[in-house]
Design a protein. Sequence first.
Length: 241
Amino acid sequence: MEVTSDLHGENLDLILHSPGGSPEAAEAMVSYLRLRFSHIRVIVPQLAMSAATMISCAADEIVLGKHSFLGPTDPQVLLNTSLGTRFVPAQAILDQFDRAQQECSDPSKLSAWLPMLSQYGPDLLVQCETALSLSKELVRTWLATYMFRDSEENWKMASSVSSWLADHKQFKSHSRHISRGDLREHQLNVSSLEDDDLLQDLSLSVFHATTHTFTGTPAVKIVENHTGRAFIKQHIPGPTP
């Protein structure tokens, strides 16, 4: 809100570089931006992963370079395990529990499963199912409402893409990179950054300047518009014990 408060017009170019984050935060950002702007073009100079991919799916158009990527949207669940705190794919937890149910019918295998199953909280499986459902629902709704809205099969197309992006079995890793070719095969509206020399030069210049800022300052998050109005979050580590 701070950064867009002095922007006028119905169109927005959003240069997006992010490893991802919370789907709920992505939903809040998309809801606000879509109230402000009727046409949004997301430009990805390098990567927009996870929740940032979800934000990209709320655009009318995505612009990617040969070197640019989106990522899977399968949700990750934070678990406290005997090996420490870990992010685990929600689908992997559900699949593991299904496998445990099958194998534990053999009493000789029960002792091997008990240490793993004891780490599951009383609501973990429901949380995983809900997280998967939310990820698919948000992407499906945004694609059908914006990028695919002119198609008679907008909801069918949106449902297919949202299921594909959230399919952990398909990608096998939450960190997999999805190229513009793969995205186009699934009918997303993806343009090539190289087709516009000026746009490419400006977008990469912003990206490189921001990268240098992250490297040389305590800044860990930057949201800034072309007039210089910015929101910057910094991380200043405390004293070493």
